[in-house]
Every structure is written in structure tokens, then in C-alpha cells.
Design a protein around this ligand. Sequence first.
Ligand SMILES: Cc1ncc(COP(=O)(O)O)c(C=O)c1O
Length: 415
Amino acid sequence: MTSPLALLGGPPIRTRPFPAWPVHGRAEEDRLLRVLRSGNWGRLDGNEVAEFEHRFAAMHGCRYGIAVVNGTVSLRIALLAAGIKADDEVIIPPYTFVSTATAVIEANAVPVFADVDLATFNLNPAAVEAAITPRTRAIIPVHFAGQPADMDAIMAIAASRGILVVEDAAHAHGAAYHGRPAGSLGHIASFSFQSSKNLTSGEGGIITTNDAALADACRSIHNCGRVPGGVWYEHHVVSGNYRLGEFQGAILNCQLDRLESQTNTRDRNGRRLAARIGQIPGLHLQARPAECTRHSHHLFMVRIEPPAFGASRTAVHTALEAEGIPCGTGYGYSLPDQPLFRHKAFGPYLPHAAARLDYRQTRCPNSDLICREQGLWLGQNLLLGGDEDVDDIALAFEKVHAERGALAGAGEPST
Ligand SMILES: Cc1ncc(COP(=O)(O)O)c(C=O)c1O
């Protein structure tokens, strides 16, 4: 017998806050002060960003790392470096942050959506295969929530056709696939250091690759088209200034010292939570294939199947929050449904292709279902604590399921 739902006036499962994010301490303060006092604040003046690039790339199985101002331009620079041209097609999932798509448009290329797998929430290789046309030049698998996409299948599809694979690893710092780090699984990869991310400097991003030519091209594009050994006012390609600053480099060097242990904690806690709540009817966890040897859990993601659970996603979300478990329903739109795509509001991009594109014809039923009715997210910081923290989350799910009748009887919140 459980107590009444907190939503209906009962005692909440959890009243203490979960671990705060970001984590910082003396190390960040000392290193920031050192940069401040050095006067070397720009990337080309000091060593913080250069050191970070080297360390991050090595930890992610790559020879080269190019730090940039965010995880959106990193995707665009990767595409431009690989020679993506106007009207080339790039296959992406519809269930991702908008940047995966806008980076393609800002490279003047056409995003083509291939649906995700309902079990893993990652790009479905069969849908990728079906989306390929003679214009396809690249695929961007997103390692959603921090679980590597089906890279064996995606790389095989790409290899047979000479297609570029850009990993969108914005959620996947420290994640591994067959023991190999995310960021080294495709031809080139992009990470984000925006404030919610598992490694953060408030804003920032990095491109990783083992391809020297791609790395050189990225380095040039991120630095106003300069080339190594070139003189300061000599510019070889059209581009901009996307360099990361030394203060962010200093923070990232400190954050990187914590990444390994934080990633192991999230992975361990994610497994514990999955074991605790995996049997609840109508609650579908992100299926974890054996190939995922470390899940970075930027999110702990589930799907609520309302008839089987006995309550709607909205009701479960509201009830969990009332129990003291912060969570969210995620993207409200599958990307092709975004006003941006509905209205083809592409600005100066795709002047020729836009006329023949009609994203209302795009069919991505799995993504639609997750966005509109079923997806539920818990943020990474909820998995940074100990067993008791994980057990509180599990107890809250169990309680909401046990009391689902009262939830329905009380009438569901309308938002
Ligand atoms: C999957 C994905 N790709 C790309 C990005 C873009 O990163 P940024 O916010 O650093 O531009 C994000 C960030 O939220 C993301 O979640």
C-alpha cells in the first residue's frame, strides 16, 4: 500500500534536491585566475584551449580536436570541411535538437529525415537505407541521450556508397561502443559544451577526427580561413571566427579531470535505475544494445505507453514532479513538424532546393509518437548521486504507477 500521490496532497517521495550542476571547485577558480592574470585571454594567446583539445581528443580516441564556440557550428564546420556542397542531401534523425538540422541548412545542404527506432530512440539504419538518393553525401547519427547509435550498421551503409558519417555526440562525452569512444566511431564528430551538457563551459563545442585533412580544413574554417604557417592577414576560404576563448578552455580542463568518474557514476546509476523500474507495465526504457559498453546518460530516457501504464505521459510527468523528481517531456515537435520546416524559413539558404521540398510529406511515426505522446526525460545530474538518490527516483515511478487509478480519477492536468 503506497501513500497518496503528492499531486493529491500526499507526502512526496523526495524533498532533498538532487546533485547540482555544474560541479566546480577550487581547481576552476585557480585556473580561471591564472588565465585572468596572464592576460592571455584569446585562444591564439594562451595554452588552455590547445591543451584541452589535445586531452579531449585523446580521451575520445582521436588524434585531432578543434574547439569551437558551440556544438552547432561544430556540426556545420565538419560538413563544410568535408566538402558538402549546395543541395547535397544529409540524412538526420527527426528526434534531436534542432541544431542537427539547422547546421545542415547553414551548410546550404538539404536535411533528409530518417525515423528513429522506437526501442533505442536512435537513428534506424533501415530508415537511413530507405532515405538514400543519388544526392546523399552524409549521415549524421545522434547518440541520443548518450547511447551510441547503431554505428556498425550505419558505417556499413556509408562505406558501401562512399558517404561521410558525422557523429552528433552532443550527448555522448565519454560514451563507448564496443569499448571504443563516441567521437571516434564515424569520420568526424561534434560535441557540445553548452551548460546542460555532461562536460560544460557554459557554451562551447569541439570537433574530433582521426583524418588529418579534415582536421586541417576544420582548423582553417574555425579561424577565419587562415592556414598553418600562413601570415595573419591571409585568408584561404570564406569562414568566420569560431575560436573558443581561454577562460572556457581553463574551465574545460578542470571539468575534464572529472569526466571519467562522473561518466562511470552516471552509467552505474543508469543501470541501477533501469533494473529497478524496467518491469513497470507501460514504461519502456531506452533499450541498451550490448554494443553500448558505456552510456553517458546525458538523459535517462523512457517512453510512457498510456494504455499499458494506465495514465497519460502528461499525468505521469506532473505526478513525478510533485513527488520531487525533476523531469521533462522533451521535444514537443518532431523536427519536420517545426514551423521552421513547415514554412521552409531557410533564410538565404537552399535558394534552389527549397521550391521542391515539402516536409509535410515526411513520415516519421516513431519520432512523432515520442514527441507528442510518450517521451519522458530525466537530466544527467539526477544520476550523479548515490544509490539512495536512484532509489528515490525508482520509488517515485513505482508510486505513480501504483496510484495511477487515483491519478486518472483526480482528472489529468490539462498541460
Ligand atoms: C543533439 C544535439 N546536437 C547539437 C546541439 C547543439 O549544441 P550547442 O547548444 O552547443 O550549439 C545540441 C545542444 O543542445 C544537441 O542536443
